[in-house]
Design a protein around this ligand. Sequence first.
Ligand code: COA
Length: 170
Amino acid sequence: MRTLIYPGTFDPLTRGHVDIARRARRLCDRLYVVVLRNASKRPAFDVAERRDMAARCLADLDGCFVEDYDGLLVDYMMERGAVAVVRGLRSESDFRYELEMVAANRLLYESFESILLPSSSALALTSSAIVREVAAYGGDISAMVPDEIQDEVARRLVRPEYRHRLEVRT
Ligand code: COA
């Protein structure tokens, strides 16, 4: 049984992440999407919220399991018996970042492998930070965020002075 892991902060999950998860699932028997801690980020949503939102968006994907984990990615990989992690690749700068992550993870676990999936072009320049920024101003996030969590993300992140923009759209 081939197991892959798709790790991330997912603050929040975007359509780009869903695209990567669906494509990764075709490459394995079991896919674990795992919400981890990135020490350099202060997420807007807590771990349980991020995990639950991801689970809702991926509920229809058989063989895909959403979890959270407080620890090193390599330890989680070994616990799950995964052969590799999957990461989305949007740009050259992602590539550099991913190479650094591979190098660090390989020092911790010499069998560490990562599969880099190029993002689908229409989603290539979205990010959770852009979602958070647009949502803060009550902007329309529907092109970037899955239907299942759009409302929750919009209501949680909108600044009070822009809340009226949400009411206009509903
Ligand atoms: N579509 C849209 N956005 C995407 C994307 C895609 N296909 N792929 C990546 N992104 C964006 C994310 O939205 C996020 O944007 P943001 O920075 O604006 O919030 C950014 O790219 C990268 O975030 P994400 O994919 O969620 O992962 P990350 O780089 O924050 O995750 C961890 C890093 C959590 C995997 C890493 O810190 C980790 O392994 N932590 C566990 C502890 C550990 O083992 N540390 C040692 C690691 S060497």
